[in-house]
Ligand binder design. Structure first.
Ligand code: ADP
Ligand code: MG
Length: 695
């Protein structure tokens, strides 16, 4: 069959309603994610029962599921120790008791003396001899054939029996077009079996199929399905990328004068990695198509100055820039930095945040709308309806994973000119390093620049794990550091369940520490403070008027105070890896040696112990993120980005890296040489979801 035919039939089977099924069955199927015939094909077994061998009762091994058969000697209902149906069978070689605690009255008649029963279950040798509790069973004629394939056990939901689901799947396998979407030469060069063969095998494996290869999903049939899934993901991301890239954008020519002026005023030189990232961004901005670039760099690698230099390229072309950050503290800090760098160059920077007074807000909005302010820095206040840009050409989003798809889209829309079809360039930044596998799969629709080097002269942060029984030592450490002229953070325990409790904990911690350190100047910052109150506290800390800053995790992102060299994190065992890494990144930003003390409370759960060990042993954000991916899976790690992007059901980014590499290469080949096959593949795997991704 040619690819067009496959695509049409794939689309039609995908969209074909599940005809002839009751409303309640459809609802149950929907719970399993089955909405079309083809979804049945991809509803793969959880495991298999081996009912291909019939054991005699005296030979059946205990401790594993076995198939046995016998005739009923006696069945009755017992009431002690609780109500149960008890059925004894025998096959001439031995006897077995079948025991049911949940049963229908009708089963008593069904299992009448002399009936032939075939039962599948695990035999246990109890006080009354061998027995099976709640076996799967059915009545058979003598000599009835036994299964020739392993019996699939499917994920299911209440009210939908395995047998019913199995029948529906068998029908779908017979009805659906299972022809290959991969051209044969490509498939063979990849060493993968045909699609049809693979799904048929997974639904009905012959008895000799190695069970461990099925369970471990390493069987070639599994590889094919996982490969196809990854290929669909790659194709759809590329498609998405291509479509966005086809839009127009203002070509921002690098004039370089303002950038030169800023560079010459900086007290440092850019690192090689910063220069490289900047060159990639500059190149993209000069093109008449929207840049879609992710700038990745570990905590403290210096992304902000790169963003500022990129912004200047837009300003030099008389266009505006928006810089959006997820928290007020971070937005304020960006505003300060941008203003300090750009003001002397005659570039006006506006600041938009939730806590702005009415008059100031009106003035800021007007400056942005009229184009008097070339750069607008803010929180999500930037995407409110009343914000209008005169001519937005570049949208910068810091800590982009903290924003949802819709928020990023809304910012982009601020610069779109429907009549010209132009879109602003986008620069997204993230200090949560994304492991290579995740970047390759979920970020395949973005170009990525990586700052993989820290500025020179940074003393590494020493990490210490201290049990909370040794609090006195920690207190001594903090006092010594502050008396010696350094500053410190004290991060309060995280109370995720309740914001009110979180606030109370912060206030209590602050009060207790104020009593402990009467000689130190303390400050407190938490999420409930108003914007300007937060700004005042941070300003005091930055200026040295506060020596010890008691804080909730609001300081997790972006905060940059180089003189702070010590951080204490209480109840570190409650925090996630990314969070600990971000928090620790707040110290060690100057040349002085810095330390992070992770205080934990016993007893530790195995998970907490593992996280603390990882954070203690690793400094590199990418390495930590890789561990995090293993512990939590991609859904958690990607955060807001996952909405709208289909997650992988079959492939495992850790185990299937090799398949991912091959799927990526194959996606390129298909799009170049056989776009018809690419389309057919997308239609088969994503169908309607593919349409959604275009949004
Ligand atoms: P992040 O990448 O975590 O956002 P920042 O942009 O906040 O990091 O930079 C961290 C600190 O390093 C800032 O104080 C910044 O001014 C400084 N910095 C940036 N680039 C360099 C450099 N090339 N050399 C020295 N210091 C730098
Ligand atoms: Mg930053």
């Amino acid at each position: 069959m040619n690819a067009k035919a496959i695509r049409d039939s794939a689309l039609s089977t995908r969209h074909s309603a599940l005809s002839g099924l009751s409303e309640s069955t459809l609802t149950r199927l929907a719970k399993l994610g089955i909405a079309s015939k083809f979804d049945f094909v991809l509803h793969l077994p959880l495991r298999y029962d081996d009912e291909t061998r019939l054991y005699s009762l005296n030979e059946a091994p205990a401790g594993q599921p076995v198939l046995v058969e016998g005739s009923v000697v006696e069945t009755d209902i017992r009431y002690r120790p609780r109500r149960q149906l008890v059925c004894h069978i025998q096959d001439g070689s031995g006897v077995l008791t079948l025991r049911f605690f949940n049963f229908y009255q009708s089963q008593l008649q069904q299992l009448a003396t002399g009936a032939r029963v075939r039962a599948f279950g695990e035999i246990r040798h109890g006080f009354h001899g061998p027995e099976m509790v709640h076996p799967k069973y059915r009545l058979v004629q003598e000599g009835a054939p036994i299964a020739r394939a392993l019996t699939p056990v499917y994920p299911t939901t209440a009210g939908l029996a395995q047998d019913a689901l199995r029948r529906l799947i068998a029908h779908a396998l017979a009805d659906c077009d299972l022809s290959d979407t991969l051209p044969r030469p490509l498939r063979e060069s990849l060493g993968l079996p045909p699609f049809r063969e693979s799904v048929l095998l997974l639904h009905n494996p012959p008895p000799q199929t190695p069970q461990d290869a099925l369970a471990g999903r390493t069987h070639p049939a599994w590889c094919r399905v996982k490969f196809d899934e990854l290929l669909a993901q790659q194709l759809s991301m590329r498609e998405h990328y291509r479509r966005r890239k086809a839009a127009g954008a203002p070509a921002l020519k690098p004039r370089g004068k303002l950038a030169q002026a800023l560079l010459s005023r900086l007290p440092f030189k850019l690192t090689t990695a910063q220069n490289k990232a900047l060159a990639q961004i500059r190149h993209d901005l000069a093109l008449p198509h929207p840049m879609q670039r992710l700038l990745q760099g570990d905590v403290g690698s210096g992304k902000t100055v790169v963003a500022a230099l990129a912004a200047l390229q837009s300003v030099e072309n008389g266009r505006q820039v928006a810089v959006m950050a997820p928290t007020e503290i971070l937005a304020e800090q960006h505003y300060r930095k941008f203003a300090a760098w750009l003001d002397p160059l005659g570039v006006r920077v506006a600041w938009l945040y939730g806590g702005l007074g009415r008059r100031e807000k009106r003035a800021a909005l007007a400056a942005v709308a009229k184009g008097e302010a070339s750069v607008a820095v803010g929180t999500h206040a930037l995407i409110e309806e009343e914000v209008e840009f005169a001519d937005l050409a570049l949208a910068i989003v810091d800590e982009q994973h903290r924003f949802g798809v819709h928020q990023r889209l809304a910012l982009r829309m601020k610069g779109s000119r429907p009549n010209q079809g132009a879109q602003p360039h986008q620069l997204m930044m993230s200090a949560t390093p994304i492991p290579r596998t995740l970047a390759m799969s979920y970020y395949a629709d973005l170009d990525v620049s990586v700052i993989d080097e820290l500025p020179p002269g940074r003393a590494p942060v020493t990490t210490r794990l201290v049990s909370d029984t040794r609090r006195a030592e920690v207190i001594r450490r903090v006092r010594d550091a502050c008396m010696a002229g350094s500053q410190a953070y004290w991060v309060c325990p995280l109370i995720e369940e309740s914001e009110t409790l979180q606030l109370k904990t912060a206030l209590d911690t602050h009060a207790a520490l104020a009593a402990t350190f009467p000689e130190l100047k303390l400050g407190l910052v938490h999420g409930r403070l108003k914007g300007d109150e937060k700004a005042l506290v941070m300003e005091a800390f930055r200026g040295g008027a506060i020596q010890l800053l008691v804080a909730t995790t609001v300081i997790e992102v972006g905060v940059d105070v180089p003189n702070a060299t010590l951080m204490v994190i209480e109840h570190a065992e409650r925090m996630g890896l990314a969070q600990l890494h971000q928090l620790r990144g707040r110290v060690g930003r100057g040349a002085a040696a810095a330390a992070c003390i992770l205080v934990y409370a016993n007893p530790l759960t195995p998970g907490a112990r593992e996280r603390l060990k990882i954070i203690y042993e690793n400094r590199d954000g990418f390495e930590i993120a890789r561990h995090d991916l293993k512990l939590r899976g991609p859904g958690e790690l990607l955060g807001a980005r996952q909405s709208g992007i289909p997650m992988l059901r079959f492939a495992d980014l850790d185990a299937d890296l090799d398949l991912l590499d091959r799927a990526r290469a194959a996606a390129g080949t298909l799009l170049r040489e056989r776009p018809d096959c690419a389309q057919a593949h997308l239609a088969r795997w994503l169908g309607a979801r593919h349409e959604f991704l275009k949004a």
